[in-house]
Design a protein around this ligand. Structure first.
Ligand code: ATP
Ligand code: MG
Ligand code: MG
Length: 552
């Protein structure tokens, strides 16, 4: 079909389907290890894995690659499932590599019986040294030629938990001089006498990634196993195991580039360290590139999906700019976000000629304001206006610098949708700081236009002080100052930005914002898009500015 993306994966899958390979079926899998939460890089893999399946009328299964019990946990499993759903995908099934421990074990015995695997008693250092290096031959283990019976006996006793952790491994017997290191007798099983979050203490040995992965693909009926480029050198091993086991119509592995973003990291280990070291509040901190962080930050899942698709599926690793992702977020929010007025750093503005009504209380006027000028169907709301207002501290200068067109003594500006006002005087505190601006308004400019055609150079947002609600705003800078964190020192965390968050308490916002729902993203006029925190009602995270403020 011509509407499909054109890239090497789609081309390969198309060709397989056309040739009727593997019954013309397409089945993919997304195989995260439940040792952390998903990040933007995983989103890319999800978009590819689920996208390819959907585009060819096939299915994509979520497989939790739970072969390292020490670092894994069910809370990560639940988080991963939730995050995939939030991103907008539904796995055809949820499976676990641990579902296949029994089959994998039986297959390992089969390879032992065929003389293709052996128990090695060397310690991990000796195994690693014996592997040699590129251009350097490996050294065969002294245990490589054990009899099948000895190997079977030792392997069964490894399984039974008779030996200490790390004392023995099961290795495939391939070629210690192979030019591809992955084929120099790779490890299939390690002894780890630890509880597994699903299988408990049933197993004292656990399969390695290489032994578990392709075989799990085969068991599930995966046709195309899509993964990132670092597994390219593993592909011959992936194929070797399936060939030795005689799997008919085996799955095939295809590799694509990892997604990396500027000013952040996509390594679970480093993300976990940010959490451990208290640099962020948790995996769901709005500064984190995790899906739960981006969600709390207000990123629409559709914007993430579109960005991942736009980046494309290539075989060249390249860091994408975070500004490109943000432009997708901004475009999407511009269409959907309700407009509201909020004052982040409030300064009192008092209209000295504002009328009082018969009983002496100040008049309240209501202005009808569109909720989203981009979408008429979102309707309008009534915003109260009085002679006592909050404006942004930044929108007033007692002594305006050159080219400053906002409010200053003697200057007239427009209060958005309300009136023209002219500053007349200021009130200062003992320290000489301006704490209140006095102004007059022009009753003829109701609605924000003057009948005599008089122009003003600036339009400012405002909130009626007696009606305002208190709020906290969290403003964010990049989590890492460097574009490529760690490029200079080798350690990404050296480039952490110590000022990545500014919390502004005492913001004054429109009362309508008290009704915003958790996770909703609104546009604060002139200030950016803000997401209502998922737990704290009057906490607003700045999702992204209205313009690309980081552009040079
Ligand atoms: P990490 O190095 O952060 O631990 P990982 O690759 O070990 O990442 P897994 O949970 O094993 O994380 O990854 C699940 C799937 O997501 C794999 O197929 C992997 O290739 C893919 N993936 C992980 N990181 C990225 C990334 N940055 N870009 C694209 N795909 C990724
Ligand atoms: Mg992995
Ligand atoms: Mg990993």
């Amino acid at each position: 079909p011509s509407a499909l993306p054109s890239n090497f994966i789609y081309d390969a899958v198309s060709a397989d389907v056309a040739a009727g390979r593997r019954g013309g079926r397409v089945q993919t899998r997304f195989p995260p290890e439940p040792n952390g939460f998903l990040h933007i890089g995983h989103a890319k893999a999800i978009v590819v894995d689920f996208g390819v399946a959907a585009d060819f009328g096939g299915i994509c299964v979520l497989r939790l690659d739970d072969t390292n019990p020490e670092t894994e946990d069910t809370s990560f499993v639940e988080g991963i499932i939730e995050d995939i759903e939030w991103l907008g995908y539904e796995p055809a099934d949820v499976r676990y590599a641990s579902d296949y421990f029994g089959t994998l074990y039986a297959w390992a015995e089969q390879l032992i019986r065929e003389g293709l695997a052996y128990v090695d008693d060397q310690d991990p250092e000796a195994i690693s040294a014996g592997r040699g290096g590129y251009g350097r031959p490996g050294v065969e283990s002294p245990y490589r030629d054990r009899s099948v019976d000895d190997n079977l006996d030792l392997f069964r006793r490894m399984r039974a938990g008779e030996f200490p952790d790390g004392s023995r491994v099961l290795r495939a017997k391939i070629d210690m001089n192979h030019e591809n290191m992955q084929l120099r007798d790779p490890i299939m099983y390690r002894i780890r006498r630890v509880e597994h979050h699903r299988t408990g203490d049933e197993w004292a040995i656990y399969p390695t990634y290489d032994w578990a992965h392709g075989q799990s693909d085969a068991i599930e009926g995966v046709t195309h196993s899509l993964c990132t480029l670092e597994f390219e050198s593993h592909r011959p091993l992936y194929d070797w195991f399936l060939t030795q086991l005689g799997v008919a119509d085996p799955p095939r592995q295809y590799e694509f580039a990892r997604l990396e973003l500027t000013h952040t990291v996509t390594s679970k280990r480093r993300l976990a360290k940010l959490v451990m070291d208290g640099i962020v509040d948790g995996w769901d901190d709005p500064r984190m590139p995790t899906l739960r962080g981006l969600r709390r930050r207000g990123y629409p899942p559709a914007a993430i999906r579109d960005f991942c698709r736009e980046v494309g599926t290539t075989r060249t690793n390249a860091r994408q700019s975070i500004e490109a992702l943000e432009s997708y977020v901004r475009r999407s929010l511009n269409e959907t976000a309700q407009r509201r007025m909020a004052v982040l750093r409030p300064l009192k503005l008092t209209l000295t000629n504002w009328p009082v009504d018969a009983d002496g209380s100040p008049v309240v006027e209501y202005f009808e304001v569109p909720n989203n000028p981009e979408r008429a169907e979102d309707g309008v709301r009534q915003v109260p206006f009085t002679g006592e207002l909050w404006i942004e501290e930044d929108d007033f200068r007692e002594v305006p610098p050159p080219k400053y067109f906002r409010l200053s003594p003697g200057r007239e500006v427009r209060l958005r949708g309300a009136y023209f006002v002219t500053a007349t005087d200021v009130v200062k505190d003992d320290a000489g700081r301006v704490v209140e601006v006095l102004a007059t308004y022009d009753p003829a400019s109701r609605g924000g236009n003057s009948p005599d055609g008089r122009k003003v150079k600036s339009t400012m947002h405002w909130v009626s002080a007696p009606h305002a609600v208190n709020a906290t705003a969290a403003l964010y800078e990049r989590l890492f100052t460097a574009e490529a964190p760690g490029e200079a020192t080798g350690e990404a965390l050296d480039d952490v930005n110590p000022h990545s968050r500014e919390l502004l308490e005492g913001c004054r916002v429109e009362a309508a914002l008290a009704d915003a729902s958790p996770g909703e993203v609104v546009q604060f006029e002139r200030l950016g898009y803000f997401a209502v925190d998922l737990d704290e009602p009057m906490l607003f995270h700045r999702t992204v500015g209205l313009r690309d403020e980081w552009a040079a």
